[in-house]
Design a protein around this ligand. Structure first.
Ligand SMILES: Nc1ncnc2c1ncn2[C@@H]1O[C@H](COP(=O)(O)OP(=O)(O)O)[C@@H](O)[C@H]1O
Ligand SMILES: [Mg+2]
Length: 242
């Protein structure tokens, strides 16, 4: 499945104080956008507002052209939006198969997706690394494997829009590279992808569009290749070393 996302003049924050000040972007169906920016600039806040965990104080969200601004998080999930938060994104005391099954059953009755079994098989084709670990508790996996379980669980819901918050956080450089190989595979399923990534090079390498968020405002929005080639960007907004 796939769907476009439009964010219009989005303002949101905590305890009556806005963190985001008029964020706007267009994400065509099937495309990928990576958000980069310094710590505390509001990246995670933006994703929470998109998935319905934080109310908008102003602005509008359209999924496949339909206004979803007033829907809560479960209702947005029913509209085929899946979210992988940065932390606590798997059930650590459940094995990999049960993680996938539970996530797949969550929306089973609501949407006419393919049967659970078929979706499990599709996930194991997309993430063959998980196959030997189906009966392993997710808490015993490596960080990289756990992120794969989190993404596979989200994809079990057959989302049209997949929202990822810093998938490579805490991974070794090698595991981060491997995870992005998987994200490239995910893109081939056609799902629309909205992600935050602190590894600028990797994050932009899988995206069509890059967005630099600074102090709750869009500082740059452009072709990912263009942003990736801008050496000043890393220095100005993101510190050195990436
Ligand atoms: N639950 C919360 N309550 C109050 N303030 C928050 C909460 N979560 C984040 N913030 C504040 O919002 C700002 C943006 O945070 P966040 O969106 O997490 O930034 P980023 O993901 O870009 O690092 C920060 O100043 C942070 O302290
Ligand atoms: Mg964050």
């Amino acid at each position: 499945m796939t769907a476009s996302l439009s964010i219009e003049n989005l303002h949101a924050g905590y305890h009556g104080k806005n963190i985001l000040h008029g964020v706007a972007l267009e994400l065509p169906a099937g495309s990928a956008l990576t958000i980069i920016g310094p710590n505390g600039s509001g990246k995670s806040t933006l994703l929470k507002a998109v998935v319905g965990l934080l109310p908008l104080s102003e602005g509008r969200l359209l999924l496949a052209g339909q206004d979803i601004s007033r829907l809560d998080a479960p209702a947005r999930a029913q509209r085929a939006m899946a979210y992988v938060p940065q932390e606590n994104n798997v059930f650590r005391n459940m094995d990999v198969a049960d993680n996938l099954r539970m996530s797949g059953e969550f929306l089973q009755s609501a949407r006419a997706a393919s049967p659970l079994r078929a979706r499990m098989d599709a996930m194991l084709e997309l993430f063959p690394e998980l196959r030997p670990h189906l009966r392993t508790s997710a808490g015993l996996l490596s960080g990289g494997q756990r992120q794969m379980v989190a993404m596979a669980s989200a994809l079990m819901q057959s989302p049209a829009l997949l929202v990822l918050d810093e998938p490579s956080a805490g991974l070794s450089p090698r595991n981060a590279e491997l995870l992005f190989v998987v994200i490239r595979r995910i893109r081939q399923t056609g799902v629309t992808l909205l992600m935050i990534e602190q590894n600028v090079r990797l994050g932009l390498s899988v995206a069509d569009t890059g967005l630099v968020l600074v102090a709750g405002k869009v500082r740059r929005l452009g072709a990912a290749t263009e942003l990736a080639a801008d050496s000043g960007l890393h220095h100005l907004y993101l510190g050195s070393g990436q």
